[in-house]
Write a protein that binds this ligand. Structure first.
Ligand SMILES: NC(=O)c1ccc[n+]([C@@H]2O[C@H](COP(=O)([O-])OP(=O)(O)OC[C@H]3O[C@@H](n4cnc5c(N)ncnc54)[C@H](O)[C@@H]3O)[C@@H](O)[C@H]2O)c1
Length: 370
């Protein structure tokens, strides 16, 4: 059995609380021969600023480059509102994503049957939902130049953002999309605005050509991003994997998030290129939620998004699909027993804290694995 090197970055607020449950799970898996993980830990975010005056240290960057996967909690909080902009807690996370070239952001939206009532949509629309939004993460309008605000001198200002994509940027994220779809229900929906944007025209062209060249066995569909947004709330189960650019992906993945009920339930993965020599791919796994300062320190945070992010690491970095399935089934089983953290509670359920939920999930894993 291969040993996997993990860099654990708990971060701020509820980050360390939910990470504690992943550590418990890793220790349990190591002990029971379900995996072999070697872990190291680092400070990033506000906690790192307090200790070292920066949001991330060079030695942490080196550790991140050497790790097989980074498991990240969450950073930020009002305590650091006034620190210099370059050292704000989020800067540490953004530097990790950027310097490690994490261009593909995978956000699954899964609605566990036990939680279908927590969604703002009708039960039959979301019950059993299992889709992925794949967002391009390092290009597009958030990074394109020029990016300026100019004073026009007549009492007016002009703001410019630039949406820019090169062929290779579209192709590499689309390839991740086709590969993901192949391992699932074999359907990829590409979303852009080719009717009004040149980047949409190129996006469509590149995805279509890649499909014809390498992925004819996968069903490819194109939707305009605005119509796609509407379809996402009308009948989300029509999708399997959706691939889209940075801006549309930002919005569509937040819409998809609400289909599932709570922020505390949503994991994510950010992937970089595969190294041709080692065949390893840079990867960072983190819950979608932030540091939740309002509930930090109370032991009330939902650890499921963090635990499910670790399950994604098993699936996408280590080829441990069976073990990842086991974790996902254990989460579903704990929920089916009526256990809930406060953010997902409903009538007739039992409210538990972070630690009890973590322990219950491990308990279900032990039961399912036996
Ligand atoms: N990737 C990251 O580290 C990341 C992402 C988003 C926000 N942030 C930062 O986090 C801080 C707080 O931001 P915010 O309040 O906008 O977003 P948030 O996700 O931290 O919290 C939003 C709401 O959801 C609840 N919530 C979030 N995660 C939960 C969980 N696991 N269990 C139970 N409830 C949960 C919170 O209590 C809060 O009411 C800010 O400093 C922000 O910049 C960090």
């Amino acid at each position: 059995m291969a040993t996997h090197k993990l860099l654990l970055v708990p971060g701020d607020g509820i980050g360390p609380e939910v990470m504690a449950e992943v550590k418990r799970l890793i220790a349990w898996m190591n002990e029971h021969g379900l995996g072999r993980f070697d872990t190291d830990e680092a400070l990033v975010g506000g906690c790192c600023y307090d200790a070292h005056g920066v949001s991330i240290q060079e030695e942490t960057m080196a550790k991140a480059r050497a790790a097989d996967a980074i498991i990240f909690g969450s950073v930020g909080g009002p305590k650091w509102d006034k620190v210099p902009y370059e050292q704000r807690p989020e800067a540490g996370l953004l530097r990790l994503r950027k310097e490690l070239g994490m261009f593909a952001n995978i956000r699954p939206a899964i609605c566990y049957p036990a939680l279908a009532e927590s969604s703002s949509l009708k039960r039959d629309v979301v019950d059993g939902l299992d889709i992925i939004i794949l967002r391009e993460l390092t290009g597009g309008v958030y990074f394109g130049e020029p990016k300026t605000i100019t004073d026009l001198g007549n009492g007016q200002k002009r703001a410019v953002d630039t949406q820019v994509y090169d062929t290779y940027e579209i192709e590499r994220v689309a390839r991740v999309g086709f590969e993901l779809a192949r391992k699932r229900r074999n359907k990829l929906t590409s979303m852009e605005k080719r009717n009004v944007m040149k980047t949409g025209v190129l996006w469509n062209e590149v995805v279509t050509a890649l499909h014809a060249r390498e992925f004819k066995d996968v069903e490819l569909e194109h939707q305009l991003a605005d119509a796609g947004g509407m379809q996402l709330v009308r009948w989300p189960k029509q999708f399997d994997v959706i691939v889209t650019d940075n801006l549309f992906g930002d919005m569509l993945s937040d819409v998809a998030a609400m289909l599932t009920g709570s922020l505390g339930m949503l994991p994510s993965a950010s992937l970089g290129e595969t190294d041709p020599k080692t065949r390893k791919r840079r990867a960072l796994y983190e819950p979608v939620h932030g540091s939740a300062p309002d509930i930090a320190g109370k032991g009330a945070a939902n650890p499921i998004a963090m635990i499910a992010s670790f399950a994604m690491a098993l699936r996408y970095s280590f080829g441990m699909g069976k073990e990842a399935d086991l974790i996902d089934q254990a989460i579903a089983a704990a929920l089916a027993k009526g256990l809930r953290t406060a953010d997902i509670k409903s009538d007739g359920t039992t409210v538990v804290g972070t630690r009890d939920m973590g322990e219950a999930i491990i308990g279900e894993m032990a039961r399912l694995a036996a």
